[in-house]
Design a protein around this ligand. Sequence first.
Ligand SMILES: NC(=O)c1ccc[n+]([C@@H]2O[C@H](COP(=O)([O-])OP(=O)(O)OC[C@H]3O[C@@H](n4cnc5c(N)ncnc54)[C@H](OP(=O)(O)O)[C@@H]3O)[C@@H](O)[C@H]2O)c1
Length: 260
Amino acid sequence: MTEDWRSGLAGRVAFVSGASRGIGAGLAERFSELGLRLVLCSRSRPALDESDRVLSRQLDVRDESALEALVGEAEARFGAIDLWVNNAGVLEPIRPVRDVEVEEFRDHIETNLVGVFIGSRCYVRHLHRQGRGGVLINVSSGAAWKPYAGWGAYCAGKAGVERLTEVLAVEEAAHGLRAYSVAPGVVDTLMQTQIRASNASDFPDVERFRQRKRDEAFNSPRHVADEFLAIAFDPASRPREVAIQVAFDGQSTGPSRDGA
Ligand SMILES: NC(=O)c1ccc[n+]([C@@H]2O[C@H](COP(=O)([O-])OP(=O)(O)OC[C@H]3O[C@@H](n4cnc5c(N)ncnc54)[C@H](OP(=O)(O)O)[C@@H]3O)[C@@H](O)[C@H]2O)c1
C-alpha cells in the first residue's frame, strides 16, 4: 500500500457483517488498526467490543429490521458509511444435492444470498438518504465459478451473489456506488476446518484442502483486509470489473481459484 491514500483512512466508516471470527474478525481488526470507525455484526459477539469508534451488535443478517435498525444507529453516530462488506456466510450442507433436504438448502440461501440482498439494499438505501456514493463489497468465492461436487447450496448461493452484485453495479453506478463481489482466496478459518472434516464421499475434493493445510498455503485475513481497502480507497488500484479475486498472499504463481 502506498502511504498517500492510506493516511486518509483514519475516520472513514466501514460496515462488516460476520465479524465474530474468521475473515470478518480479521477485517475488523485491520480496519480498526488503521483508524477506521466500524459498524460490526454477527449472531455471536463481534471480535471488537463497543467503543467510541466501534458500533458492535449481535444480529442475524437474515433479520431485515434488525439490520435496518443498526444502519439507523450508525447514521446517527457516524454519518455516512464509506465501505460496506457483506461477509457473513455459511458453508453447510456439504453433501450431494440428492441427499440435501429442501429446508437445509433454503436455510443456506437465506443467509448466503438473501442475507446479502438485505445487506446490499440497506446500504444502497443508506447512500440514497445520505445523497452520496460508496463502496459495496459482497464476499464471494471461487465456488461462484467452479462447480464443486457436494457444495450445491454454496456454489448456487455464491454464483447468485456475483450476479446480484453485477446488477447493483449497473443500477447504482449513476448514484456513485461502486459494487464488487470479491473472492478472498483460501483463508484458514472455521469454514476451512469444516471443509477438511468432510467425508470424501460427500466432498470428493477434500484431500486438496487437507493438502493446502499441510502446505499452510493460505491468504491471511490481514492480506484480505488490505486488498479490500485498496479496492475501496486506493484510486490507483480501483478495479474495472465487478467480480474480482484476491491474489494469493505470498509465494504462489498466480491467483487461486479454489473456493471455501
Ligand atoms: N475461508 C475461506 O477460505 C473462504 C474462501 C472464500 C470465501 N469465503 C467467504 O468468506 C466469508 C467469511 O467466511 P469465513 O471463512 O471467515 O467463515 P467463518 O469463520 O465460519 O465465519 C463466518 C462468519 O459469518 C457469521 N455468520 C454466519 N451466519 C450468520 C448470520 N446468519 N448472521 C450474521 N452473521 C453470520 C459468523 O458469526 P456467527 O456464527 O457469530 O453469526 C462468522 O462471524 C463467507 O462469506 C465465506 O463464504 C471464505
